[in-house]
Design a protein around this ligand. Structure first.
Ligand code: MN
Length: 299
């Protein structure tokens, strides 16, 4: 017991001196606070992995200060010295968004469900989807939230300053700002990850029928499919239903794949086919079932 304490003490002294020598050229203002925090952490924290179990009930959706609309906020991690990283999961109901704000040390967002928008001051609103990672540099004024039709959940990872500050809140995002058109073209920013998939028809038919590929990509997918009045998931369901009714297995194949990417489950595809049997006829439903089976077996 006594020797453990001595070791801890020795370790603290060593890390203090390392810290002092490492940070002295950079200037000492934050040094004092940093040293205090680090000493406390070294003395108290057991060196073992800590797991906070996932709480399954969905977050309570409510109005919150510095937000417009209904949001659910779940803290995930508090900054534990020497780390300054804090994180939380935020769910935005359709139409909900943060106020304008900035982060002194920047922020990373990871979109985990749905689709949302992010915008920095002076830039266009951009759509973000599941799996997208958004980095906002320090001091950049911005907002993030759901689209008008989709929920959006993101994990926000934010480093805090030694004084604990990690966000500077500003005015609310007006309806006019929120409803302004989103940027449609893939931007030269790290926000969109879909660059290689953004022109599917150009790859599929561009060499043979360039005009048809162009209007398919630029009008159908870049314009009509991006309109906010229907979510992509709903557009997928409508499209899949139409292709079942028309008995178009070739197009249905790619649209079931697209529907999956837009959040439609296998069970929902099968249920759509079952429903369509009554409206489009049994043979069309059976053909569609064969296509769906093929798609889901490949994945
Ligand atoms: Mn932010």
């Amino acid at each position: 017991m006594k020797s453990t304490k001595m070791n801890l003490f020795a370790a603290t002294v060593i890390s203090l001196s390392l810290l002092a020598s490492a940070s002295s050229p950079a200037g000492g203002q934050t040094n004092q606070a940093g040293v205090t925090t680090r000493t406390g952490a070294a003395a108290q924290e057991p060196k073992s992995i800590s797991i906070t179990r996932s709480s399954s009930p969905p977050p309570q959706m409510r109005e919150a200060e510095n937000f417009t609309g209904s949001v659910g906020v779940e803290p995930l991690l508090e900054a534990t010295a020497p780390s300054r990283l804090a994180g939380g999961r935020v769910t935005f109901a359709p139409g909900a968004r943060t106020a304008w704000h900035s982060h002194p040390l920047g922020q990373t967002l990871i979109v985990t469900t749905g689709a949302g928008w992010v915008q920095q001051e002076g830039g266009e609103k951009q759509e973000v989807r599941v799996g997208d990672v958004v980095w906002t540099p320090p001091g950049v004024k911005h907002w993030h939230g759901a689209t008008t039709t989709d929920r959006m959940t993101h994990i926000a990872l934010t480093e805090q300053q030694p004084d604990g500050k990690r966000v500077e809140w500003m005015e609310k995002v007006s309806d006019a700002q929120y409803n302004a058109p989103a940027k449609v073209q893939v931007a030269p920013t790290p926000v969109r990850l879909s660059t290689t998939n953004s022109r599917p028809s150009a790859r599929a038919m561009g060499d043979f029928a360039p005009k048809l590929a162009e209007i398919t990509d630029d009008v159908l997918y870049a314009d009509v499919w991006e309109r906010p009045q229907l979510s992509r998931r709903d557009r997928s369901l409508v499209t899949v239903a139409a292709l079942i009714a028309l008995n178009r297995p070739d197009q249905l194949r790619s649209h079931i794949t697209r529907a999956r990417a837009n959040g439609v489950s296998k069970e929902e595809v099968v249920e759509t086919i079952t429903q369509m049997a009554f409206y489009a006829g049994w043979p069309s439903a059976v053909t569609a079932l064969g296509v769906a089976r093929e798609v889901f077996q490949q994945q």
